[in-house]
Structure formats: structure tokens, C-alpha cells
Design a protein around this ligand. Structure first.
Ligand code: ATP
Ligand code: MG
Length: 458
């Protein structure tokens, strides 16, 4: 379509825009992709509601401070990925790079802290200035949940379970993985129709005391080998040494392998909390892999951190990630209040799901003749009143209009000729087998629904 449109624009060269490409890292969601996205978001919302999470929508942009304060100046997001600008009124604004900070801001602005526990689901676009690649964009979409006000490990267990249930419902996930292992390794699911493999990785960052002790141990270890670290990691050493564990640099990873382990620095309370989370997952039969190197990019995490990862998306393997953020609400100026949640990348999930459901197949209304053209609009509306999807053939000869009907997947065509119209009838053509018969206009809805049969549920 894009190709076809070019010559017309090129012909009027004085009007030609500088670039018809979308901005780097952004993409158009054409109908097939939009359907995939919708399936992901709707499945997630429906299941989140089953767990008592209600949908919330916060603005796409906020005052910059809403993100810098909680996410932390030293994180990749704040240091180099935010879309920040000064608006016409001189306000410092940022397009949201994630939604947890926005949700907590909304909780505080709307004085909702009195009604904890709060359980929210969200979905929508996020913006990060990063290097675009497969599964990584500058405008992307997330679904996510936040459970605010519950300090007990049940909250962690429940949000993880909900995440897993969503993945399973989408045909991505653990239950599927066992079937897969028996079958062998799947190929790219989008191309060959295989089923993706997903694993849950789990770690704890402990409470703030444990975290501080571990931080000191890390600074000691990494300082002794600072000259071997990448420039990025040397920068993190002073500000956020935990992030070095997360480094993708092969040289850093070698050094990380010898780093102290968090489990040796967890105090009793932190151990107990983690044991309870694991016990709950065990009771529910949820398998996980302990990953002592798993840290989250953001500063505000405590205790449980987790990621659902797949090997089916190349380097961009994390599809759903989250954890507990007990310090966040207070950081943002609220009372001390625990929270736990996760976010998942819709683009990455959409790539992993099998074909989304097709839309309802339409009926094509094809007028032939001057009187019929006028009546076709009205007939199309009456059929839509009856719940049918109707596509009006606007122009061209009969062959052309029928070709379009086939192309859009219509199951039937209504041929409206002036003669038949004169006695209140039209020709109904079954596009499946080419058979046609004359039908009274008043009987059309019933006949069409019968013809659609099991393909459409009314
Ligand atoms: P990564 O290590 O891949 O950069 P992250 O730690 O920055 O991930 P989070 O902030 O935890 O990611 O976001 C949660 C999820 O959102 C990720 O697991 C991923 O699925 C998705 N996501 C994050 N950034 C992008 C992006 N630029 N494009 C597409 N999806 C993204
Ligand atoms: Mg990132």
C-alpha cells in the first residue's frame, strides 16, 4: 500500500514531504499486528480482572520528576532513554518510559492511599530512546499490574501467578514448555507455528539493610578489578553497583561470575520472606529457576524480583518482568507503603502468539444500477442493525466489486439489481460455493445468519 501511494505523491513534487518513513524506533500497527496487540491486551485485562485488578489509565506524559525521582538518576532509563522536553508553558515534561511511577503518582494525587490494598491493571504505549532492534522500539507497549499496600508474600505469589496465567492463556508458557520438551526444540513460532518456550527466573534483593550490606561487598569486589570493567560498569560502580551484575558486556560478565552472591548477605527476615514466596509457588506447582544474578534495572526494587524469559526472541528474551518495590511510594512523597507488580512487552508477546482470531467475516452489498446504489446504503445499515458485518462495494463493475468481496473474506454477497428491487428482493450469493438465489429483503438477515452458520456467533 505504501509502495502504491508513492507515485501519486511523487507526481506532486512541490507537496512532497521530506520523509515518509515513520520516526526511527516507531512503527505502524497494520490491522493484523493491531489484532495481535488487542488479543494480548484483552486477554491480560480479562484475567487481571479475575484476580481483582481494575484497569487504570494514567497520562502518557508527566512532569519529569515523576520518573527521575523513583527510577533513579543512575539507571539507563533516566540517564539516557527518556524523551524529555520543555513544553510551551516552560514545564519539564517526559513521555512515560514505564507506568509504575505514573500509577503511584495517580494513587497519591487522588488520595487513594486510604483504600489500600489497591490493585491496578494498565496497558498502553511507553517511550524510551534506545537502539531499535528486533523486539526493541522507541515507542512500544506494555501491559502491567501493580498491587499496592500489601507487605505479605501472598501478593508476590499472586502477581507472578497472574503473569503466568496470562502467558498460558496466550499459548506462551510453562505448561506448554513441558509438551515442547518432549517434542524437541521449536522453531521461530511466527514462521513455523511452533510454541515458544518460557521460563520463570526468580531472585531476591532482600530488604534495604541486606541490600546495603551486599552493595558494600560488591563495591569492594568490583573496585579491586575496576581496571578490567567496561566504561559503563565503572560508571555504575559508584552509583549503582548492583547494575553491573546485569551488564551485557562479555568482559564484565566474566568478572561478575566471581562476584559475591546476594544469598550470603541476606538477613533473617529477607531469607524468610523469600522462602515464603518460594513455598507459595511450590504449592501452586509453578516451576522457577533461581537466578542470583537477576537484578532489575530500576532502583526501587526490594525482595522479590522475577522475569519470564524465552529463548525464542534472540537477545530480547525478557517478556515479563517485575518485583517488589516497598520503598517507592515513600520515595514519591507518600507514606511508607509496600507494593509489587510487573510489566510485559506487548510487541514481544504479540510475536509469540499464534494467529489471532479473525474478525467476523462480512457480507458484501453490491449494488448494480442507479436506484440500487441509493438503496444499498440503507440495506447495509439494516443488516448492521441485525449484527452482521457489512462491507459496501462502492464502485467498479460487477466483476471488480465481487473480486473485492472475495479479497476481504466476505462469506456472501447481496447483488442489488434494479429489477429485483422493484419487487422487494435481492440476489444472495454464497461466496463459498457460488450458488445464488433470490431472497426477499425482509428475509435477508435471517438467511444470512443461517448461511454464516457456525462461523458467526450472534
Ligand atoms: P531490557 O533489559 O530488555 O531493556 P528492561 O529491564 O528495560 O528490559 P522493563 O523496564 O522491565 O525492561 O520493562 C518490562 C518489559 O517491557 C520488558 O521485559 C520488555 O518485554 C518490555 N520492553 C522494555 N523496553 C522495551 C522496548 N524498548 N521495546 C519493546 N519492549 C520493551
Ligand atoms: Mg531497557
Amino acid at each position: 500500500m505504501f509502495q502504491a501511494a508513492l507515485p501519486i505523491i511523487a507526481g506532486r513534487s512541490e507537496n512532497r514531504m521530506q520523509s515518509l518513513q515513520p520516526v526511527r524506533g516507531t512503527q505502524d500497527l497494520l490491522p493484523e499486528a493491531a489484532r495481535r496487540h488487542r488479543r494480548v491486551a484483552e486477554t491480560a485485562r480479562e484475567l487481571a480482572e479475575r484476580y481483582g485488578f481494575a484497569e487504570i489509565a494514567t497520562p502518557i506524559f508527566e512532569f519529569t520528576e515523576v520518573f527521575t525521582r523513583p527510577i533513579g538518576e543512575t539507571t539507563d532509563i533516566v540517564a539516557k532513554e527518556m524523551y524529555t522536553f520543555t513544553d510551551r508553558g516552560g514545564e519539564e515534561i517526559t513521555l512515560r518510559p514505564e507506568n509504575t511511577a505514573g500509577v503511584v503518582r495517580a494513587v497519591l494525587s487522588n488520595a487513594l492511599v486510604q483504600s489500600v490494598p489497591l490493585k491496578f491493571f494498565y496497558q498502553g504505549p511507553m517511550f524510551r530512546y534506545e537502539r531499535p532492534q528486533k523486539g526493541r522500539f522507541r515507542q512500544f507497549h506494555q501491559i502491567g499490574v501493580e498491587l499496592i499496600g500489601v507487605a505479605q508474600p501472598q501478593a508476590d505469589i499472586e502477581v507472578i501467578t497472574l503473569g503466568l496465567r496470562i502467558l498460558n492463556e496466550l499459548g506462551i508458557g510453562k505448561r506448554v514448555m513441558r509438551e515442547l520438551d518432549a517434542l524437541g526444540n521449536p522453531a521461530d513460532p511466527c514462521i513455523r507455528g511452533g510454541v515458544p518456550k518460557v521460563a520463570l527466573e526468580l531472585n531476591t534483593l532482600g530488604d534495604p539493610q541486606s541490600r546495603a550490606a551486599y552493595r558494600d561487598a560488591l563495591v569492594g569486589y568490583f573496585s579491586s578489578r575496576a581496571s578490567e570493567l567496561s566504561e559503563d560498569s565503572r560508571r555504575r560502580l559508584g552509583a549503582n553497583p548492583l547494575r553491573i551484575l546485569d551488564s551485557k558486556d562479555p568482559g564484565d560478565q566474566r568478572i561478575v561470575r566471581g562476584a559475591p552472591e546476594f544469598s550470603d548477605y541476606l538477613n533473617k527476615d529477607s531469607h524468610l520472606f523469600f522462602a515464603q514466596v518460594r513455598d507459595g509457588l511450590d504449592r501452586l506447582g509453578i516451576e522457577y529457576r533461581l537466578n542470583p544474578r537477576l537484578v532489575r534495572g530500576l532502583d526501587y526494587y526490594t525482595h522479590t524480583v522475577f522475569e519470564f524469559v524465552t529463548t525464542d526472541l534472540g537477545a530480547q528474551g525478557t517478556i515479563l518482568a517485575g518485583g517488589r518495590y516497598d520503598g517507592l511510594v515513600e520515595t514519591m512523597g507518600g507514606p511508607a507503603m509496600p507494593g509489587v507488580g510487573w510489566a510485559a512487552g506487548v510487541e514481544r508477546l504479540a510475536m509469540l502468539i499464534s494467529e489471532p482470531d479473525s474478525p467476523q467475516p462480512p457480507v458484501a452489498v453490491v449494488p448494480i444500477g442507479a436506484t440500487a446504489e441509493g438503496r444499498a446504503l440503507v440495506l447495509a445499515e439494516r443488516l448492521r442493525d441485525a449484527g452482521l458485518a457489512v462491507d459496501l462495494a462502492y464502485s467498479g463493475n460487477l466483476t471488480r466489486r465481487l473480486r473485492r468481496a472475495n479479497r476481504i473474506g466476505a462469506f456472501a454477497a447481496i447483488l442489488l439489481g434494479d429489477d429485483e428491487l422493484a419487487h422487494g428482493a435481492a440476489t444472495l450469493r454464497d461466496l463459498g460455493n457460488g450458488q445464488q438465489s433470490e431472497v426477499l429483503l425482509t428475509e435477508l438477515p435471517t438467511r444470512l445468519k443461517a448461511l454464516a452458520g457456525t462461523r458467526i456467533e450472534f
